[in-house]
Design a protein around this ligand. Structure first.
Ligand SMILES: [Zn+2]
Length: 631
């Protein structure tokens, strides 16, 4: 998902007209309650924008605030079809070009611009295109009428696609940002792996007492730690952890008993109904796998957090976000070589501490084939390029293993997540993706076996979370800004995170409890947060979780999301753990556990000093339950 930046609040006068269909319906049914809660805030429904809007231009250390009323002298008219409106109509807009804004910001040397919207999305425009085309921020139609919120106003970006259809290739719906509040001009730096390796503070590394295991999800919170005899797990010189992003445990039912995963499961040890940790998000669960800690301890609450300005949303991709040592750091301290091969570059950033070899499509290596580009010009292209990228990651993984001989390698295969989001977990595309991933894993197994690698390497195949079908949007960022302008809000799939910022907590809670599509509303210190293990001191004040079928997203984006995750539902939480290779007993079952059990297993296999893990090594069972494969 694209990320949020909320540099400004919606002016009070704008609030009423930023109401889409969903909101109108919602307000109609809850009008009494709303009137009581937010006196006067909605009196101007359908009205026009009276207050001028400010757009901030950011370039290096400077910030220039430009009022829309100052645009007149530079005004330009754009005659174009509007991809964001999805109606095929050709509009006459008035506004100012990005080129003029770039000049105004003094950003002549920028290489790209990030166009950030109030409702949580960011689009990217290359400086080359800013110079070559009349790409504009528009705030009115040619007849002077302002653009209303349900059409993306007061300020939105438009690309002259009618005159230059080639722009449709580069600037899909994601680029057509509504409610634009800030443009950040960037001088592209060469992407490099972390220069100075991050070392956790002495505090973070010092042995912390082992937190008693908190299972939290299946009513087994008072279950005692699984103190396993380690006899059955043996030794492996090297470990490879393959994380199939967004690969729900339920997907295995679409693979038969002859599939690669079924075969590998039989040759190794498996638990096909393990659980994610909460929230069932990518960064959170990669952190759980890599630290053996739950969210309350490792501190990676979802994929994004609130920025220091209290308004913007920041991706959790800095290694400092993780508050406990990772497997990389434990391995590195023992002189082991570490590698990450990823279809998501962000994961390489998040785990760059203690990482020796970081490979992604954005940081390829000379000795690897050129990575395919992930393109989104059509659904077909998106599907195809995702499959290509996953294939490239598998191929690169084997090359890295052969060439770099890392001791500990982590892999992210992005395709099931991206395809599940776009097409939905039940789609044909998803089934094709599941089968392709299965084939690739079979191929990898054969290659590793032929190369003799499985004699001293253990491989753990797992997933970070699952996926739930979605069809209805809750425009959480807009709702929060309209009603609680001082509050900070971060949207994250089926999770929403709120920081009160001085707003009345009871009013905020009551409002979201009464919002259609929101199923769970709980505070950081609540029993529920403790049970879900997300009571992290620096986390959000309030957690929101949607009902199945709903997702926190600006409404125009819903056509592009047919799957989402983040909740406590089985569809989002159940993931497989399948291990094979050196040190893994063949045919064993692994007692049902959650992703935090992987780090202790890896430490045991590799003889690394154990970290302060939440859980022990899971018990090994004499039999496996492979019924889901149909056997
Ligand atoms: Zn996802």
């Amino acid at each position: 998902m694209k990320r949020i930046r909320i540099p400004n609040r919606i002016p009070k006068e704008d609030r009423g007209c930023r109401i889409d269909k969903f909101l109108r319906f919602f307000y109609a049914v809850c009008i009494v309650c709303i009137a009581a809660l937010c006196t006067g805030a909605f009196a101007d429904v359908g009205g026009t924008i009276q207050e001028e809007t400010v757009v901030s231009l950011v370039w290096e250390d400077s910030r220039t605030d430009v009022k829309t009323t100052e645009w007149n002298e530079r005004s330009v008219q754009i005659h174009t079809e509007d991809i964001g409106m999805r109606d095929g109509t050709v509009y006459d807009y008035a506004g100012v070009t990005l080129f003029d804004l770039m000049k105004l910001a003094g950003a002549d040397e920028c290489t790209k611009a990030l166009v950030k919207s109030t409702d949580g999305l960011t689009g990217e425009v290359s400086a080359e295109d800013i110079r070559g085309y009349e790409i504009a921020l528009v705030n009115a139609y040619a007849d002077g009428k302002p653009i209303k919120a349900n059409a993306g106003g007061p300020v939105k970006i438009v690309f002259p696609v009618t005159e230059h259809p080639e722009l449709k290739e580069s600037y899909t719906i994601w680029s057509w940002q509504w409610f634009v509040r800030e443009i950040e001009f960037i001088r592209q730096q060469e992407d490099t792996a972390s220069g100075e390796p991050f070392r956790p503070s002495a505090d973070a590394v010092s042995e912390k007492p082992v937190t008693p295991p908190v299972s939290g999800f299946s009513g087994d919170s008072d279950k005692q730690p699984v103190n396993v005899s380690f006899e059955k797990f043996g030794h492996a010189d090297q470990c490879v952890i393959i994380i199939l992003d967004g690969f729900s445990g339920s997907y295995l039912s679409r693979l038969g008993p002859d599939s690669s995963l079924a075969g590998i499961s039989e040759k190794g040890a498996s638990c096909l109904t393990a659980r994610s940790t909460y929230p069932s998000q990518t960064c959170t669960n990669h952190a759980a796998i890599m630290t053996g800690a739950g969210t309350a301890r490792h501190g990676v609450v979802g994929n994004d957090r609130l920025g220091e300005d209290g308004m913007s949303s920041v991706k959790n991709i800095q290694p400092e976000t993780i508050r406990v040592p990772t497997l990389y750091q434990l391995a590195s301290a023992e002189g082991k070589k570490t590698a990450f091969v990823s279809g998501k570059d962000d994961m390489v950033s998040l785990f760059s501490a203690g990482l020796d070899v970081g490979v992604s499509n954005k940081r390829p290596k000379d000795y690897l084939s050129a990575p395919p580009e992930l393109t989104d010009s059509s659904n077909d292209e998106y599907f195809r390029s995702n499959m290509d990228l996953a294939g490239w990651v598998f191929e690169s993984l084997f090359t890295v293993l052969e060439r770099e001989k890392p001791d500990l390698t982590v892999v992210n295969i992005q395709s099931a997540d991206y395809i599940g989001h776009r097409f939905g977990p039940g789609s044909e595309e998803m089934t094709a993706c599941i089968r392709a991933v299965d084939e690739r894993i079979g191929e990898l197994y054969r290659k590793m076996e032929q190369a003799g690698m499985l004699k001293d390497s253990a491989v753990i195949v797992t997933a970070d979370h699952g996926m739930t079908p979605s069809e209805k949007a809750i425009p959480l960022a807009a709702l929060s800004h309209m009603n609680f302008p001082a509050a900070g809000v971060v949207i994250d799939g089926r999770n929403g995170y709120i920081w009160y910022g001085g707003e009345n907590r009871e009013t905020v809670i009551q409002f979201f409890e009464n919002t259609e599509g929101i199923r769970n509303v709980f505070e950081r210190d609540s029993d529920e947060a403790v049970r879900l293990n997300v009571n992290y001191a620096d986390g959000p004040d309030l957690f929101l979780e949607t009902e199945p079928g709903y997702v926190f997203l600006p409404e125009p984006m819903i056509d592009f999301y047919h799957g989402q995750h983040g909740s406590r539902d089985d569809s989002d939480m159940i993931v497989p753990i399948i291990c094979f290779g050196s040190g893994i007993p063949a045919g064993a079952g692994i007692e049902s556990s959650d992703l935090r059990c992987i780090a202790p297993v890896v430490c045991h296999l590799m003889d690394l000093p154990s970290g302060a893990f939440d859980l022990g090594i899971p018990a090994l069972l004499e039999t496996q339950d492979r019924a889901i494969f149909g056997q």
